[in-house]
Write a protein that binds this ligand. Structure first.
Ligand code: CTP
Length: 138
């Protein structure tokens, strides 16, 4: 049984999230996903997520190929999570290229190319800009 683990905020779930989860699940027999807590997201990205940690976990957990989800509460605990879930492979998007090479002593580390032209940040920015424009026009 080959276990794959990956991490992320997965706020305003989009096709880039779907693609990385699909590719990660194809790399093993079991996919476990650490969903960043609201507090961790605030620390990492300096903003509150739009969807709460419970909502984000429910969405990610319902995706085909995802076998288990848990709340990631600290970036410092990645090694503990890898051990706890007996992960054989850590998968991350290549926006994190090189950042997790230290875990190669525990498991295989694989960076997958990001899906181009989409991110939670861009969705928020486009929505804000559109709302501002509509408000100006009214
Ligand atoms: N991801 C991806 N392709 C994208 C966006 C995200 O493969 N276009 C991957 C990231 O590399 C990460 C996972 O999805 O492994 C979760 O990313 P997350 O940070 O939650 O999503 P982003 O859209 O990158 O969020 P933000 O814009 O807030 O940084």
């Amino acid at each position: 049984m080959k276990t794959v683990i990956t991490f992320g905020t997965f706020d305003i779930f989009h096709v880039g999230h779907l693609n990385i989860l699909r590719r990660a699940s194809e790399m093993g027999d079991r996919l476990v996903v650490g969903v960043s807590s609201d507090a961790l997201n605030l620390q990492k990205k300096n903003r509150e997520p739009i969807y709460s940690e419970q909502e984000r976990m429910a969405i990610v957990g319902s995706i085909k190929g995802v076998d288990a989800v848990f709340l990631e509460t600290s970036l410092e605990k990645k090694g503990d999570y890898i051990r706890h879930y007996a992960a054989d492979v850590l998968v991350m998007g290549d926006d994190w290229q090189g950042r997790f090479d230290g875990f190669r002593t525990q498991c295989e580390v694989c960076y997958l190319p990001r899906t181009p032209s989409i991110s939670t940040t861009s969705i928020i920015e486009i929505t804000r800009a559109t709302f501002a424009q509509v408000t100006r026009e009214c």
